[in-house]
Design a protein around this ligand. Structure first.
Ligand SMILES: [Zn+2]
Length: 279
């Protein structure tokens, strides 16, 4: 499919992305449109190699289009722009669902009773397995202005975190690329920032007027005081993934709220998206 849509498959150079598709995908993503010519060239090279190396398929009756593949590849390669495609090694496929999809879950309660249920989700990534995405949600980063949202960056950030085998919010570091980073300092700052985020969330929930359902749209203005999605409170792995979305899509709020965490992410990704927006 990919070969037919995007031209000749060669593993070393990647697929040839037509100019019009590339320009449209970049223009639709403000943080990619802000890249310098050199960075944009690198992003395009990474995207074409990603499309050659990963098998992309769709679920349901969703048609796999070239525009869809390029749009996803642009978002996916932004986090590894200064790291390299090898940060997505160890897994091979991307499955795109039309919208939210249901995954079966089971959870043991404190009495040991296992509850089976299905959960609607917009994306999922686990170690060595395929990366799953909702296409409807993958496009939201380009259509909802002002929202620090990219399910694509979120799931690919999980893949980076998982590279050392643990979903713990601390990706592995490279001796060459990350000489200034060390695990102890990362863990300490992550724990501290995560705690501060939880306290802010507690404060907001304590201020919610009685009768306002936290999941209802009436609660949104209260949560809007947070620098990013309250889903980040789930655990450190989600905190890293949601922070990564904010880092690329809405860096100003993240930097304002947690400047040291922003600086640490900038050292890891070896990018400063906030400086780009000020050019
Ligand atoms: Zn997640």
């Amino acid at each position: 499919m990919l070969k037919n849509l995007l031209g000749r498959f060669t593993r070393s150079t990647g697929v040839a992305i037509p100019d019009d598709l590339w320009d449209a995908a970049v223009a639709a993503l403000p943080c990619a449109a802000a890249l310098s010519a050199g960075q944009a060239g690198r992003l395009r090279q990474l995207a074409s190699r990603l499309l050659a190396e990963k098998e992309m398929s769709t679920a349901g009756d969703l048609e796999l289009t070239a525009a869809m593949q390029v749009n996803i590849a642009v978002q996916a390669c932004l986090p590894i722009l200064e790291l390299g495609l090898e940060w997505y090694r160890g897994w091979s496929s991307i499955v795109v669902y039309p919208g939210e999809f249901l995954v079966p879950r089971s959870l043991a309660d404190e009495d040991g009773v296992v509850h089976e249920y299905v959960e609607p989700i917009t994306g999922e990534a686990w170690e060595g397995g395929p990366l799953l995405l909702s296409w409807e949600d993958a496009q939201r980063s380009t259509t909802d202005s002002g929202s620090a949202y990219s399910v694509v960056i979120h799931e690919f950030a999980h893949k980076i975190d998982l590279l050392d085998g643990a979903a713990d919010g601390r990706p592995p570091f490279s001796r060459d690329l990350h000489p200034g980073l060390d695990a102890r300092r990362w863990d300490a700052l992550l724990a501290d920032t995560f705690e501060r985020f939880l306290s802010e969330l507690d404060l907001i929930e304590s201020e919610l007027p009685e009768g306002v359902d936290p999941d209802s749209p009436q609660a949104d203005p209260y949560y809007a005081h947070l620098p990013f999605d309250p889903y980040a409170a789930h655990d450190e792995a989600e905190f890293f993934a949601v922070s990564s979305e904010a880092f690329f899509i809405e860096p100003a709020s993240l930097q304002r709220a947690f400047p040291e965490w922003y600086a640490l992410l900038a050292a890891f990704f070896r990018q400063d998206p906030l400086a780009r927006t000020h050019r």
